[in-house]
Ligand binder design. Structure first.
Ligand code: GDP
Length: 360
């Protein structure tokens, strides 16, 4: 499964956020290095469509898609040189598919800031500098090796060109995710070289309760990380929400001008950042969301349920969720001509409700 690594400077609220994510208590304490072992939290992707599908099909249960988060131990300045928990940190990042950076905006004199002041832009720069330096180190070793291999015709020159183009971006202090595509870096090849900053970034700003309704501040923070996604939340509030009844939690959120929890927003945006989407299946047993990559074809999607479904794929009977709801039942959707038969070249759309036909 694809995972999102949660990183950030010490004392920005990572553990608090992660505790809320998993509802499992891991040690959260007011000092650096509070989180040492990486932990994995698998959270459901909120999807109201499943409730409605379950009603139409009389399904016994609902199975949502999930998003996996890995809590990665504290990054400090100098991590790329192997100080502190640096090496382990970098190895954990290498295994993640996207990087979720928790950034502190909340003010609290009782919570020490490692650099002495609350400075979101400065913190982002500190973390990204470490990742950029790690990539530059990787390239310092890779480039001479690639040059030799290209001379010996063992490696395509394109790979060396990618390495050099990536080096130029990184030397300017930019991440490849933010600046690589515009600079003509072949991102897939760069990922193949083991570079970390090609991974998609998503930013979680941990705000004070009164900052949660400060639209000007949120706009400014969102713009500072665009085009990456930004999520705004208060990690302590997210913890409290976990202990409340749904109605009570919603009322609380609405008090802050929000319709859903920060964690739900994070799951949703994380899912999007990973380039994933869902399709739906439903029957008397379950209404279920299945995770696929954007752009996958019908047989690839069928393979997520079972490899036999992909191998023996014949066709897919598909209706869009909206059309199905408008018709009110599968039979009515069919009668209205809204149910299509799609072949092996069909590219799946988010919210397709599907039944696969296959040979075994
Ligand atoms: P980590 O080192 O990034 O994992 O940070 P923790 O989650 O351990 O949080 C460090 C300290 O900050 C703890 O005492 C938390 O209770 C506190 N904290 C976390 N989130 C917030 C927040 O949103 N507001 C305030 N005031 N304190 C927070």
């Amino acid at each position: 499964a694809l995972t999102i690594g949660i990183v950030g400077l010490p004392n920005v609220g990572k553990s608090t956020l992660f505790n809320a994510l998993t509802k499992n208590q891991v040690l959260a304490a007011n000092y650096p290095f509070a989180t040492i072992e990486p932990n994995i939290g698998v959270v459901p992707l909120p999807d109201e469509r499943l409730d409605r599908l379950a009603k139409v099909f009389g399904s016994e249960r609902i199975v949502p898609a999930t998003v996996s988060f890995v809590d990665i131990a504290g990054l400090v300045r100098g991590a790329s040189e192997g100080e502190g928990l640096g090496n382990k940190f970098l190895a954990n990042i290498r295994e993640s598919d996207a990087i979720c950076q928790v950034v502190r905006a909340f003010q609290d004199d009782d919570v020490v800031h490692v650099d002495g002041k609350v400075d979101p832009a400065g913190d982002i720069e500190t973390i990204e500098t470490e990742l950029v330096l790690a990539d530059l180190q990787t390239l310092e070793k890779a480039v001479p090796r690639l040059e030799k291999e290209v001379k010996g015709r063992k490696t395509d020159k394109g790979v060396l060109d990618t390495a050099l183009a990536a080096q130029r971006v990184l030397e300017e202090g930019r991440t490849l995710y933010a600046a690589g595509p515009a600079a003509g870096v072949d991102m897939e090849a760069a990922t193949g070289l083991g570079l970390l900053t090609t991974k998609p970034f998503i930013y979680v700003f941990n705000l004070d309760e009164d900052q949660l309704t400060d639209d000007a501040l949120k706009k400014q923070l969102a713009e500072s990380v665009a085009p990456a996604d930004a999520v705004f939340l208060n990690a302590k509030l997210e913890m409290d929400l976990m202990d409340m009844e749904p109605d009570e939690a919603l009322e609380m959120l609405q008090g802050f001008g929000a319709e859903e929890s920060g964690l739900n927003q994070l799951a949703r945006k994380g899912f999007h950042t990973l380039g994933l989407q869902t399709y739906l299946t439903a029957g008397p047993k379950e209404a279920r969301a299945w995770t696929i990559k954007q752009g996958w074809t019908a047989p690839q999607a069928a393979g997520v349920i079972h490899t036999d479904f992909q191998r023996g794929f014949i066709k897919a009977e598909i209706v869009s969720f909206e059309d199905l709801m408008e018709a009110g039942s599968m039979a009515a959707a069919k009668a209205a001509g809204k149910v299509r038969m799609e072949g092996k070249d069909y590219v799946m759309q988010d919210g397709d409700v599907v039944e696969f036909r296959f040979n075994v």
